[in-house]
Design a protein around this ligand. Structure first.
Ligand code: ADP
Ligand code: F6P
Length: 486
């Protein structure tokens, strides 16, 4: 029995909320980890009253640092070797599951050795969770990198109440069925008592996959599986709930930040440094092929070429956070995007009037809030996105009533934000028209739309999301102590 301190609430996510960066001179620095998961859970945990533990990777290969405290949160780093990083994270998580779960925008790669490594690392996370979870604790497991963890935890600790939330889409069974390990993944997930998804369609896709692949039965949000007599992972019968719980942002915190004099002053400075154009268009994304950055650039490039907009009046700022840079599809994407930006600027910019400003960098929350204030039109045009928090951050930051949001219908956010200028990013002609409409509509019309959007985000913020998820977990049918999965 270890003398490890245990917690009543445990989070498991691929990343810790902070990443350790090692500078060339050997000095180290902890920075906020990238992505929507950390943005959301960080806000939730800042308001958390009691102690909690977060199990995750510290953002660099090799030995993991000792557990440490970050405010009330105890961080438990999980080690990943260079090879494991390549096979579990870059390989199976981001070159198999990520494209498969995002409509096969690029072809997923299937390697048996990657899956073997994914299973090993999921077991490592499960063991770490079991070590820090107190008797009867609630465990909240996150995202596609940890789909086997629910059953692995349940096998060791049937006393725990286990929830899993998917930050990305869950694919239709016609795509999911391609996965050679589809049954193992579903059996891993069914270890949870409650499974949360971004959209009702994602929850339905999961339930359909359970029916088609495992022969489970479903009624409403309940999934029942009779179990298997094979002694493998998740073999016991299971009854679980799967429902939509759309994620959101810390709306009041972000609004306060955007309203601060420092951010306002920085926004003015940014606008001036851009040459005080009439219209600033903005894109803010991780540099990911799911985000539709190429389609966006194509539409904007054509609008400049057609003479519909001129760099004397309009400028487009694209902020692209570096992401998964050792995965081939991401390297190719970067080259393509940088080529497109260069071509557009070469063809249509002139001295003192730059058509596209491209920043391949990460920024702090203040800089993000200032950029949003500057943006007259925000372009959120993913080909597929679980939710997209940038859309929600933008409308919250623009509480001055200005701005306009162009939003892809293939985002989870589109379901909740009907007042946005909706677009199909694959339809370049349609996208161009929508961008022009968002630029040219009367201010009163834009204000009407933004009011509705802001209201929605204010009412459904990140705290509501966490409360809804935890209420779903508490009401889940399987009682702690019943039905280990072996
Ligand atoms: P994903 O989780 O796929 O990265 P989301 O839009 O849901 O996409 O969340 C992205 C989060 O990362 C948002 O909170 C956004 O403000 C932040 N972000 C995006 N780009 C940058 C950047 N260049 N610098 C800092 N933060 C960024
Ligand atoms: O929600 C999708 C997601 O993969 C999160 O799990 C993650 O925090 C974010 O995007 C950023 O991705 P990565 O951790 O691979 O840099």
């Amino acid at each position: 029995m270890s003398s490890q301190q245990t917690y009543d609430f445990v989070i498991a996510a691929n990343r810790l909320p902070v990443d350790r960066h090692v500078h060339p001179d050997g000095s180290t620095e902890w920075r906020t980890a990238p992505g929507g998961l950390v943005t959301a859970m960080d806000s939730v945990m800042r308001g958390w009253e009691s102690g909690a533990a977060w199990v995750g990777w510290a953002g660099f290969p090799g030995e993991a640092p000792e557990p440490f405290d970050d405010g009330k949160l105890r961080l438990h780093p999980v080690p990943l070797s260079g090879k494991e990083l390549s096979d579990y994270y870059e390989g199976f998580s981001n070159d198999t599951l990520w494209p498969l779960y995002h409509d096969v925008i690029v072809a997923p790669t299937f390697h048996r050795s990657w899956f073997t490594c994914y299973r090993t690392i999921n077991q490592r996370f499960a063991d770490a969770v079991c070590e820090v979870a107190a008797e009867g604790a609630q465990v909240w497991i996150h995202d596609y990198q940890l789909q086997l963890v629910p059953a692995m935890v349940r096998d060791q600790r049937p006393d725990l109440r286990i929830g899993w939330f998917n930050h990305i889409p869950f694919p239709p069974v016609e795509l999911f069925a391609q996965l050679p390990w589809r049954a193992t993944v579903l059996r891993g997930l069914l270890g949870a008592d409650f499974l949360g998804f971004q959209r009702p369609d994602d929850a339905r896709n999961f339930a359909r996959s359970c029916r088609a692949v495992l022969g489970a039965t479903t009624k409403g949000d309940k999934v029942e599986w009779a179990g298997a007599d094979d002694g493998r992972l998740g073999a016991a019968p299971r009854t679980v709930r799967a429902a939509a719980v759309p994620i959101s942002i810390d709306a009041s915190g972000f609004r306060e930040l955007a309203d601060s004099p420092e951010v306002q002053a920085r926004a003015e400075e940014i606008r001036e440094s851009l040459g005080d154009p009439d219209v600033v268009l903005l894109g803010v994304d991780r540099l990911d092929y799911t985000k539709g950055i190429r389609h966006r650039l194509r539409a904007i490039g054509e609008l400049f070429e057609d003479g519909e907009i001129s760099p004397d009046q309009v400028t487009f700022v694209q902020v692209a956070t570096p992401s998964r840079e050792r995965v081939e599809a991401y390297r190719t994407l970067r080259e393509q995007i940088e080529g497109m930006v260069g071509r557009i600027n070469g063809d249509v910019s002139h001295l003192g009037a730059t058509a596209v400003h491209y920043l391949h960098q990460s920024y702090g929350r203040e800089e993000m809030a200032a950029l949003f204030q500057v943006a007259d039109v925000m372009l959120v045009t993913p080909l597929r996105d679980g939710m997209n928090l940038v859309a929600k951050e933008y409308v919250t930051a623009r509480h001055d009533g200005g701005g306009a949001l162009v939003l892809s219908e293939f985002t989870g956010a589109a379901e909740e934000m009907p007042q946005a200028y909706r677009c199909n990013p694959h339809d370049i002609a349609g996208l161009k028209e929508t961008i022009l409409q968002a630029i040219r509509d009367e201010p009163a019309e834009k204000e009407r739309r933004m009011r509705g959007l802001r209201r929605r985000v204010r009412k459904h913020d990140v705290q509501t999301w966490a409360q809804d998820f935890l209420a779903g977990l508490a009401a889940a049918p399987e009682k702690p102590g019943r039905g280990g999965s072996k």
